[in-house]
Structure formats: structure tokens, C-alpha cells
Unconditional design. Structure first.
Length: 440
């Protein structure tokens, strides 16, 4: 917990901190929220700020917007870290905010990474948000629907911030080269092509872009009169782009969803791309293999039973040899899943059966298919009327196996895809044998 002075110009600060926008006119990106006439700009300019959550990827201006709001509203601004603060610190801050309110002063509490607070910590804010002791502004890279308590979320307006476009980042970098807070006093020479290269490398993250520019300038050719940032210097500072992927965050689920849906749509090229995005960002190959195994049953099933074998074999290969060698085994599995015939008949069968099972959880097992290991059970009728299929022609009987009220239910409905067409014919044959005109 730290009460901050706004817009510190200390030259010892990192470039990203020095170049933090001081007002909305200096803010880059998020035109859908703070462009002329847009909702968030109106709220800020009219000083009608309520509690809100800023949701977006790193480096898009969540903290900066909170500070601009505090400056505009002349409120006391308290920067609160969800990583280092507990309930005790929250209560101390809330007590001070309550005192401020009694003297007519507003307090904005900015909570970075609010998703890291547990339920009890988030609940500690609730009464103070409700009675207006504080304006709570939370920032999160995670979907607030899942990471912020419903009671707290319902009292906050959620604003979605988008990753910055490369041209927006390039605009910021050009301004930084000329601004005295940046490199305006150093006479830096850097071509637009190198500015654009850094902007592309940043993955929509302004902080990343400014850090890369700072590194490039510090390593530029200095002849005493000017600093020249060459293509070679920029290449050295952008050798490997960090993939936008958090194994524990929302992007993790976005990308595994992209892989799953690409395979389902029979698009092997897209599927291999999303596979590479995960593996090169450090994803556990066994996690991917488990998801592919699930796909083999959920989206292919009996249309190609071999899909399950391929998926399990890929999992075993990943377990045996690990990365990077097992990437080719996963590629084989992903491509196979993509081009295999598709059927979700097994998935829909289970989901339909699950619904009935939950609604008829107490329905008794028919007596004829109950086991009867004791004399009492036999006397009660357990097993009475059981028909041993191997004793009948075609190994099929007309014996009832479902609970009484579910008789006639059909859960598995095979498609015409791949081998499942053969299973469909066989199932139709079984049904006709169970219900012939003159009985079995």
C-alpha cells in the first residue's frame, strides 16, 4: 500500500514511468472508450466517476487511466497492490478513506491485479464501495466474470481495454524520441522502419515497447553529438518475441479453445498454428495431449475410433520424451484430428443421459438386471426375469434395462460420418431384432 504523488518526472525512473500520460490528450489507444464523445471520457470529464474495473492485457494503460481519473477529480489516490496487501491493510486504508469522506474528500483506491485477491479480501471492500467511502478502480488481465466476486462486480462498471495497435505504439515511440521526458535532450536518430519494428515486437504492450526503445537507445551508436539507433541494434533488442500467453490466465483458455475449434472445423493449418503458439510459449505438452484425447471422443468418436488411439499414443510419446521432440507427435495427432470425420454423437449421448440421470437419480434399477448374491435378494425378486444374451439367437434379447419411466429413451444417435455409418446400420439391426413383429 502506498499513497502516490502523481506523474513523478524523476529522470531516474524507467522510460515507461517517465512517459506515463498526464491527461487524456496524451493517452494512446482505447479510442472506443476515451475518444471524443465516448462513454469513459464523458464520465471522467464530468467528474461523475464511480467504481469500475479495467480489464485488458498488460501495458494498455489500466494504471495510467486510474491516475488520470484521480488527477482530474482531485481525489486522494491510493495505489493498492493485491500481491502484497491483506485484509489488515485493506481495513486501514478503508478507515482513512472514511475519515476523508467525512471531511468531504474523495478517495480513489486503485487495486492492481485485483483478481489476485481472495473472496474475503474482495468482500472487505464491499461496505465501503456501497456507502461511497471510496471509488474502487480495479485492474485485471483476467476475465472479471470469473475472478471478481459477483457482489463486488455488480457494483462496478467493467471497461474492456484492448491491446494497442502497432501504429498507436509507433505514435507513442515517435513522441518519446522527441519529448524531454523521454529522449528529447539526447538527439536520437532512429528510422521509422525501426520504430515500426519495435512497435510490432511489442505485442500491443506499450510498456514493453518503451522498454525495448530504451534498450535500443542505450545501445545505440553514440558519436558525442547524437545517438543513432541502427537496424542491427533493434534486431539485437528484439531477438525473440514473447508470445502473449499466460498458462494460468484467460489467454491460456482462449488459445486451447482456438485449437479445439480449429480441429473441429477440419482446419489442420490453423490447428498446427495454435499448437505452436502454446508449445513455444512453454505450455506443458501433456496438457495439450490431454485436451486432444478429449477431442478424439467428443468430436470424432466412433466416426473414427482410431482417433482415440492416436491421441493416447501422442500423450504417451509426450510423457516419454518431452519437449521439444514431442512437438512432432502432437502435430501428428492434431492434424489427424483435423482431417478425421467428425461426430459428436457420443458427447450428445452422454449429455442427454446425464440430464435424465440427474432428474431420475432415485429411480430404482429394474429387478431383472439386479445382481442376487444372497437368498434374501432372490426372494425379493432380484434377478428375476433376467435373460442371458448368449443363450439367445443373435445374442440379443428384448429385456428392459432402463428404469420404467425412461423406457424408449434414445441417447446414442449415430451419424453417417466415417465408420459411424456402419455403427448406425448395426444399431438399426439390433433395434429391429429386439422388436420383431412376432417377438424374439
Amino acid at each position: 500500500m502506498e499513497q502516490m504523488t502523481l506523474f513523478d518526472n524523476d529522470k531516474g525512473l524507467p522510460l515507461a514511468a517517465r512517459m506515463r500520460p498526464r491527461d487524456l490528450n496524451e493517452f494512446v489507444g482505447q479510442k472506443h472508450l476515451i475518444g471524443e464523445g465516448k462513454v469513459l471520457r464523458k464520465i471522467i470529464e464530468s467528474d461523475n466517476v464511480g467504481s469500475m474495473i479495467f480489464w485488458g492485457p498488460p501495458g494498455v494503460g489500466k494504471t495510467t487511466l486510474a491516475r488520470i481519473i484521480a488527477h482530474k477529480t482531485k481525489a486522494t489516490f491510493i495505489d493498492f497492490s493485491a500481491v502484497t496487501s491483506g485484509i489488515k491493510e485493506i481495513k486501514e486504508v478503508m478507515g482513512q478513506a472514511e475519515k476523508n469522506r467525512r471531511f468531504g474528500d474523495r478517495t480513489i483506491v486503485f487495486v492492481d491485479e485485483i483478481h489476485r485477491f481472495n473472496k474475503a479480501q474482495q468482500d472487505a471492500f464491499l461496505p465501503f464501495v456501497e456507502k461511497g467511502s471510496i471509488v474502487l478502480i480495479g485492474a485485471t488481465t483476467e476475465n472479471p466474470s470469473f475472478e471478481v466476486n459477483g457482489a463486488l462486480l455488480s457494483r462496478c462498471k467493467v471497461f474492456v481495454l484492448q491491446a494497442l495497435k502497432a501504429d498507436e505504439i509507433a505514435e507513442l515511440l515517435k513522441r518519446t524520441v522527441k519529448d524531454e521526458r523521454g529522449f528529447g535532450t539526447l538527439n536520437v536518430e532512429i528510422a521509422d522502419s525501426e520504430i515500426n519494428a519495435i512497435a510490432e515486437f511489442a505485442n500491443g504492450d506499450a510498456r514493453n515497447a518503451l522498454s525495448t526503445l530504451e534498450m535500443a537507445v542505450l545501445n545505440g551508436d553514440n558519436d558525442g553529438e547524437k545517438i543513432t539507433v541502427t537496424e542491427k541494434t533493434v534486431e539485437q533488442c528484439t531477438q525473440k518475441k514473447s508470445l502473449l500467453y499466460d498458462k494460468n490466465g484467460e489467454e491460456h483458455y482462449n488459445i486451447i479453445s482456438a485449437l479445439h475449434k480449429s480441429m473441429r472445423n477440419s482446419d489442420p493449418d490453423a490447428a498446427v498454428y495454435w499448437l505452436a503458439r502454446m508449445l513455444e510459449a512453454g505450455e506443458d505438452p501433456l496438457y495439450v495431449a490431454r485436451r486432444v484425447t478429449r477431442f478424439a471422443a467428443e468430436d470424432i468418436g466412433l466416426a473414427d475410433p482410431r482417433a482415440m488411439e492416436i491421441a493416447v499414443a501422442a500423450y504417451q510419446a509426450c510423457h516419454f520424451i518431452g519437449m521439444p521432440e514431442c512437438s512432432v507427435h502432437l502435430t501428428q495427432a492434431v492434424v489427424y484430428m483435423s482431417v478425421a470425420p467428425k461426430s459428436n454423437a457420443l458427447y450428445t449421448a452422454y449429455e442427454a443421459a446425464k440430464k435424465d440421470a440427474l432428474e431420475s437419480i432415485a429411480d430404482p434399477v429394474p429387478l431383472n438386471i439386479r445382481n442376487a448374491p444372497t437368498r434374501l435378494m432372490k426372494e425379493l425378486g432380484y434377478g428375476k426375469g433376467y435373460k442371458y444374451a448368449h443363450d439367445f439367437k443373435n445374442k440379443i434379447t428384448d429385456m428392459q434395462c432402463l428404469p420404467d419411466k425412461l423406457v424408449g429413451r434414445e441417447y446414442y444417435r449415430p451419424t453417417e460420418e466415417g465408420l459411424e455409418a456402419r455403427f448406425k446400420v448395426r444399431l438399426q439391426e439390433i433395434k429391429s431384432l429386439k422388436n420383431p413383429p412376432d417377438g424374439i
